[in-house]
Every structure is written in C-alpha cells, then in structure tokens.
Design a protein around this ligand. Structure first.
Ligand code: NAP
Ligand code: G4F
Length: 330
C-alpha cells in the first residue's frame, strides 16, 4: 500500500487492553485506525486517551449486526481485528447468556457483515487458550483437542470454529489467534496479575492491608500484551489464513506471580495474601502452557518481555499510578 492507498484497520474492543496496544502498533506502521466503540453512559477511553486525535471512533456493538455493516460500509477497512468480548472468565459463570451473545455470536455477526460488505477484508479473531481448559496434552498446540471449562471458554470455542467455517465456506482470509494469557499495566483490575500488582503497590504505600485471592495453584503461560499484538498483525500479512498458538512456552503459578511481585518491593507475599473461597471458580483451568513453535517458524514471532520483567513493569506502573506520577497510558 502506498500513500494514496493507506492500509486501514478496524479494531473492535479498541478501548480494551489489547485494543490500545494494537492501535499504537498499527499507527506506528502508518495505518489509518478505526475503533469500534459501544455506547455507554460514561466513555471509557482511559487506555486510548493518548491516541484520541490519531484514531477514528465509530459507534457499534457486537450485539447489533446493522451497526457492524454500517461501520464497514462507511470506513472500508482492509483488515478487521475482532478483539471485543466479554473477556472475564469469572463473570461468564454469572452472565453466561450475555457472554455467549457477545463472545460467540458476536463473531458470526461480524463475519457475516464482512461477507456482505466486502469479503476481501482480512479478519483476525481473538481466540483463547481457555478453549483448551481441561488440557488434553502438555504443552498445548494448534492440534491439541479442546475441552473448555467456562461459558467464556465455550463461547470462544464457537468463535474459533465459526472463523474456520467462514474461511472454508466463503474463502474469507479469516485467521484465529489462540493467545495465552497476556498482561500489562493496562490489564483490567479484576484479572489476577493486575489485582496482585496493584495490591502490592497499595500495600507498599500503606493504603491496603491484605490481598484476597482464590486458587494460588493455577498455572498460566503469561506474556506481555505489547508483544502479542504484533502476532495478530503478522497473521493477517500471511498469504493464507490459518490458526496460530501465541504463547511463551513457560508456565508459572499464581503463587509464584505473588512471590515475585511482592519481592519486587521487598515484601513477603505470605504476610499479606489471604485465600478466599469467593474467588474460586465452579470449574478451574489448572494448567496452561503453550507450544509457540508454529508462531516462531511461520510468523517469525518471538516474545520480548520475560515473566520477571513483566511483573517488574506492572508493579512499577501501579506504584507510579498510585503516587499520581502516571498521567496517561502512553
Ligand atoms: P478487555 O480489556 O476486556 O477488552 C474487551 C473489549 O471489548 C473492550 O474494549 C470492551 O469495550 C469491548 N466490548 C465488550 N463487549 C462489547 C460489545 N458488545 N460490543 C463492542 N465492544 C464490546 O480484553 P483484552 O484483554 O484486551 O482481550 C482482547 C480480546 O482477546 C478479547 O476478545 C479476549 O477475550 C481475548 N483474549 C485475551 C487474552 C488475554 O490474556 N488478555 C487471551 C486470549 C484471548 P468497553 O470498554 O465498552 O467495555
Ligand atoms: O487472571 P484471570 O482471571 O485469567 P484467566 O481466567 O486465565 O483468563 C484470562 O486469560 C484467558 C487466556 O487463557 C483469556 F482468554 C481471558 O479473556 C482472560 O484474559 O485468572 C487466572 C488464574 C485463574 O486460574 C484463577 O482461578 O488466576 C486464578 N485466580 C486466583 N485468584 C484468580 C484469583 N483470578 C482472578 N481473576 N482473581 C482472583 O482473585
């Protein structure tokens, strides 16, 4: 693409963690970036406040297909990244139908809108390692059978297969990125990593006394969100659409995350962490660890931030946030 025909990407979920990093990354590659944002009584542009004069915002909702068709007709993107979802596993147990409407059927609405408006648009679906759930092999790769353990995982599995189905049925360039957990200072406060790093900073400053958590033995393959959005883009630059696992290949427990996060500010997690049954899930995903060889080989994608550096980055950012030194996410 040249100056006269710049690449144009539409991102659903641009106000989320990944949406903000992907928007930054695509802008650095001279894309025109359009962000689909749903209506709410208060705008939640905190993560993209620093990008507001650089991205176009269009109103739309994954629950409403007409709004998706209109957004595509108006902005004519070459690439669509579907990052929008009800993405919190715990909430999916309490709101399984809403989760299915957004995280599962929302994908069909968007794929159908693409099929109707312009089937040459390249499409990225944000699939998840939660689809592996009760894992059938270790490590998990593109060929590992799925066994989701939450309404969220089930909804993501639908989203994955409908992406494959539209690829096979209508020849869409539709890729599914099976991403393992990825975190950052922009992670929502309800997810365990950010809950821990924020609490570490608050306890250090004397503003919080303890940290109540659920299952400390769960194991996750955690990476840095800023690294993972590059893999999304790389998938859409390939000649053919495909499925890719994106992960670090390392696994660590929630307990180990706590240990390192508290140690970063010279504290012992055992003095502050309280196990609380309220944070246990009806069905747990005990162990996730991915095999990144296909992403390495086919996309030349490698993670850059280590587990230790990720924790240090998040604790430091939360400390600065609570001290009022961090004015924006840029
Ligand atoms: P996130 O921070 O929770 O962001 C979710 C985004 O979806 C927000 O922008 C939210 O908008 C939007 N959204 C929710 N419902 C919507 C609807 N009905 N219509 C339009 N937009 C809607 O999630 P994330 O961590 O960035 O993750 C991005 C995607 O990757 C999600 O699909 C998630 O399930 C998937 N994923 C994430 C991980 C991970 O470890 N982060 C791993 C695998 C897959 P509001 O701001 O209005 O709420
Ligand atoms: O941080 P979490 O809530 O992330 P989870 O459930 O792994 O899901 C995240 O990663 C998925 C990819 O695998 C994404 F698709 C999904 O959208 C989301 O981004 O929980 C991680 C682990 C769980 O085993 C949970 O039981 O931490 C355990 N945990 C222990 N105490 C806790 C807590 N989780 C949360 N959120 N809060 C706790 O107090």
């Amino acid at each position: 693409m040249n100056q006269l025909h710049p690449q144009r990407a539409l991102i659903t979920g641009i106000t989320g963690q990944d949406g903000s990093y992907l928007a930054e990354f695509l802008l650095s590659k001279d894309y025109e970036v359009i962000g689909l944002v749903r209506r709410s009584s208060m705008v939640s542009f905190e993560r993209i406040a620093h990008l507001q004069d650089k991205v176009h915002i269009v109103s739309g909702d994954l629950l409403d297909e007409a709004s998706l068709i209109e957004a595509l007709q108006k902005h004519q993107p070459n690439e669509v990244y579907n990052l929008a979802a009800q993405s919190f596993v715990q909430t999916s147990f309490g709101q399984p139908v809403l989760t299915g409407e957004t995280t599962a059927l929302g994908v069909t609405r968007l794929l159908d809108a693409i099929r109707i408006v312009d089937p040459t648009i390249r499409f990225y679906q944000a699939s998840s390692s939660e689809m592996f759930g009760k894992v059938q092999e270790v490590p998990q790769s593109e060929s590992t059978p799925f066994h989701p353990r939450s309404p969220y995982g089930v909804a993501k599995l639908y989203g994955h297969w409908i992406t494959v189905n539209y690829r096979e049925s209508y020849n869409l360039h539709a890729s599914s990125g099976i991403l393992f957990n990825h975190e950052s200072p922009r992670r929502g406060l309800e997810f365990v990593t950010r809950k821990i790093t924020h609490a570490v900073a608050a306890i250090h400053l004397g503003r919080q006394h303890d940290l109540r958590l659920g299952n400390l033995d769960a194991m996750r393959d955690w990476g840095f969100a800023g690294d993972y959005v590059k893999a999304m883009w790389l998938m859409l630059q390939q000649d053919k659409p495909d499925n890719y696992v994106v992960c670090t290949g390392e696994t660590h427990s929630v307990r180990e995350f706590c240990e390192l996060a508290f140690a970063h500010l010279n504290m012992d997690y055992k003095d502050y962490v309280v196990v609380d049954k309220a944070f246990f899930r009806p069905a747990e995903v005990d162990l996730l660890v991915g095999d990144p060889s296909k992403a390495h080989k086919s996309l030349s994608w490698y993670r850059e931030v280590s587990f230790k550096d990720l924790i240090a980055m998040m604790v430091q950012a939360d400390l600065e946030l609570l001290q009022g030194k961090l004015k924006s996410f840029s």
